[in-house]
Design a protein around this ligand. Structure first.
Ligand SMILES: Nc1ncnc2c1ncn2[C@@H]1O[C@H](COP(=O)(O)OP(=O)(O)OP(=O)(O)O)[C@@H](O)[C@H]1O
Length: 254
């Protein structure tokens, strides 16, 4: 495993308020990483910085073998470089079928080398992606009639179809049933065998099932990093996020 993304000494202020404060963070390829932390810790801002939606005041964000500085690239260039982002709310084309949604995503691969290689047909590839996200039986259905969880899976599928190297996923479990949450963890664990996957999540059971390295953000800094058990035992993490057992247990502030 080598570092795919290397964030070094990044700070970002909004009207004098430091949302990200000298943050350093790296992710390997492949790797599954969870980011947890209290509201306002800077988790979304972190994703905004990596995807070019927000520019850092200081620091560098390097990516890939050529260590390209993402702070110099546009959002579109960053997406084309293989960084996919899933926002909290699903954004699928509700009037199109699952197959059509996946086909549209497949038609615009992010990685330049995918267009140079001979590819199986759209039907085959859409079928493969649908299987990865548990939607094989729903290919002909309109996306609008899917459950919330299925829409989230479809969007994950649309991102996977574009063959990202780094996938950023913001609170995928929100609003899902427990069965859907379980299926989603399996999906992300599977995806992280090939890609770098960074997941922001408040649901601690979900994070536990991801069984991966966890970074705790607090006031724009990485407060702790390691296994979930390791960070959960850190008194600083208990103070700012988990709360003492007699008050909140592991529920955090979801
Ligand atoms: N565009 C902006 N303008 C002003 N302040 C901002 C902006 N974006 C973020 N902030 C502030 O930066 C801080 C970090 O916000 P951010 O949304 O990154 O936190 P978060 O960890 O994602 O929180 P949550 O868990 O609630 O989503 C917050 O205090 C927020 O109000």
């Amino acid at each position: 495993m080598s570092a795919l993304l290397e964030v070094s000494g990044v700070s970002k202020s909004f009207d004098g308020f430091k949302a990200i404060d000298n943050l350093s963070f790296s992710v390997a390829e492949p790797e599954l990483r969870a980011i947890i932390g209290p509201n306002g810790a800077g988790k979304t801002t972190f994703m905004d910085l990596v995807t070019g939606k927000t520019r850092p005041d200081t620091g560098s964000i390097r990516y890939g073998e050529l260590s390209r500085d993402l702070t110099k690239l546009s959002e579109a260039q960053i997406a084309r470089a293989g960084i996919g982002r899933k926002f909290q709310k699903p954004t699928v084309f509700e009037d199109q079928t699952v197959f059509e949604n996946l086909s549209m995503a497949l038609a615009s691969p992010r990685s330049p080398w995918t267009v140079l290689t001979r590819r199986p047909s759209m039907e085959v590839r859409a079928g493969e992606v649908a299987e990865r996200v548990g939607l094989t039986a729903h290919l002909a259905r309109r996306a609008g009639v899917l459950s919330h969880g299925q829409k989230q899976w479809l969007e994950i599928g649309m991102l996977l179809a574009q063959e990202p190297r780094l996938l950023l996923v913001d609170e995928p479990a929100a609003g899902m049933t427990s069965a859907e949450r379980e299926r989603t963890t399996e999906m992300l664990v599977e995806a992280a065998k090939e890609h770098a996957v960074v997941v922001i999540e408040h649901d601690m059971e979900f994070v536990r099932r991801l069984n991966c390295r966890v970074t705790v953000l607090h006031e724009g800094r990485a407060l702790a990093e390691g296994s979930l058990d390791h960070v959960c035992a850190d008194p600083r993490v208990i103070d700012v996020y988990l709360g003492r057992p007699e008050t909140e247990g592991e529920t955090a502030d979801a």
